[in-house]
Design a protein around this ligand. Structure first.
Ligand code: EPZ
Length: 420
């Protein structure tokens, strides 16, 4: 297994480009299943999770080719199979996103039931009950979700018990081809859902309330292929900003958006960062200062994102003062705290809150993480540690950060990958 080796002590400085969003690229690729003609998806990040989604589409018989503009052409008209097999779903839970569109378009879908994962139990009950409300018959057999709607789905009024990003995406993709009107209440409002909805509208879907917690969808007969450019990755953006803040450095990020990062930017300003927002750029400067500790609590958008929690926990570990970080979305997403403490951090866990007493510097150590964002937080910790930090199991990082060591090297970080 590959490892990242980081020599700490460098202040980040420089400029990089932000990649396309993993978490909107994945549902948008699933949405291609709904089209009657090929789709061109541009600005997809080159990441393992995107490759897995493309492999899943290919194994369903969908044509996938890369064109001269490096956009991915997805041709759903050659589909031969409506099954998402265990071998692919076990490597990526987001495979569940093919359930809604496949069922809506083909009247049947067999998707391996995704298990729990390192950050929590992650059930999909709301995805299934929403599809049942639209008339689907669903059975769970042999580890597979077997969904049937031989006469098509029909519009429904469905209130989601909990705000769920994937659940909202699956039901939105199902509703666009259902007969009649669907209302989704208590829907997630994450920017990735807006990106998916904008793509569906470009394909001919009728959706109102985009960006709110009440989506109204008027089903249409068919959707056409279109060209769509995936939005910038707000979590990659936030991660590089926090890395710069933790090291007392400065960074300019290109091809990104500040308007979808308000909660994160607010916390960075509280930590003492000077921010400059351009049309598609964000610059951060700490002027060499140590960050100030911040308190935060994760919650659905537009509140503070769970996907940025572990990076801020790492920053707080070397900040001035004490910060309290509360995780409310996933039950097991503070596990990186134990690895940070092995590096000399002073963090106590009380239930779902980490109480972090900042120390001036961490100490390099061999560490490993069990999920994507926790791994990113250990890379940040390595940058503010004395000596060498070896981050193991970085296949987690490769799921969500395009060319992480190249981008960090460009920012002056002493980091290298060693094949394991
Ligand atoms: C998406 O996961 C993201 N993944 C996650 O990104 C992100 O952490 C999460 O949303 C929250 O923002 C993708 O977009 C591919 P949820 P998702 O359904 O859709 C509970 C990353 O690091 N729930 O919004 O799986 C669930 O257990 C990742 O890039 C139910 O109870 O998250 C959790 O507590 C990891 N029943 C909460 O809702 C359901 O049917 C929110 O989960 C569905 C969810």
């Amino acid at each position: 297994m590959d490892k990242l080796i980081i020599q700490g002590g460098t202040r980040i400085s420089g400029e990089i480009r932000i990649s396309g969003s993993k978490n909107s690229g994945l549902p948008i690729l699933a949405a291609c299943l709904l089209a009657d003609s090929p789709m061109d998806i541009c600005n997809l990040p080159h990441l393992n999770d995107i490759t897995t989604m493309l492999a899943l589409l290919r194994c369903m018989g969908v044509g996938v080719t890369i064109n001269e503009k490096m956009c991915v052409e997805v041709d759903p008209t050659t589909l031969t199979d409506t099954e998402a097999p265990y071998e692919l779903v076990k490597t990526m839970r987001a495979s569940i996103l093919v359930l809604g569109p496949t069922l809506a378009k083909y009247g049947k879908a067999d998707v391996s039931f995704p298990g729990g994962c390192a950050i929590g139990s992650r059930p999909v009950d709301i995805h299934l009950s929403g599809l049942e409300a639209m008339g689907a018959e669903i059975a769970v057999e042999g580890g597979y979700i077997r969904a049937r709607a031989p006469n098509g789905l029909k519009g429904a009024h469905f209130v989601m018990d909990k705000v769920t990003v994937g659940g909202t995406e699956n039901l939105l993709m199902a509703a666009v081809l259902a007969k009649g009107k669907t209302v989704l209440e208590n829907a997630a409002r994450e920017p990735e859902i807006v990106d998916l909805a904008d793509c569906l509208v470009a394909m001919g879907a009728k959706i109102s309330g985009i960006g709110t917690d009440r989506l109204e969808i008027e089903g249409v007969e068919r959707l056409r292929g279109c060209t769509y450019t995936v939005m910038p990755d707000r979590i990659e953006t936030g991660t590089y900003l926090v890395a710069a803040a933790a090291t007392g450095g400065s960074v300019k990020l290109r091809d990104t958006r500040a308007d979808i990062l308000t909660a994160v930017l607010q916390k960075l300003e509280e930590a003492g960062a000077e921010l400059e927002i351009g049309e598609s750029t964000i610059s951060l400067d700490m002027h060499g200062k140590r960050p100030k500790a911040v308190n935060l609590r994760t919650a659905p958008y537009p509140a503070f994102p769970t996907d940025m929690q572990s990076q801020f926990t790492a920053m707080n570990a070397v900040a001035e003062g004490t910060g309290a970080v509360t995780e409310t979305i996933f039950e097991n997403r503070l596990v990186q705290v134990n690895e940070l403490n092995r590096m000399g951090a002073n963090i106590k866990l009380e239930g779902n809150t980490a109480l972090i007493q900042g120390v001036p510097r961490l100490k390099g150590a061999p560490v490993m993480a069990s999920d994507l964002r926790a791994s990113a937080s250990l890379v940040i910790a390595g940058m503010v540690a004395d000596g060498e930090t070896v981050v193991d199991r970085i296949y987690h990082i490769d799921r969500g950060y395009e060319c992480i060591e190249e981008k960090l090297q460009q920012l002056g970080v002493n980091i290298r990958r060693v094949p394991g």
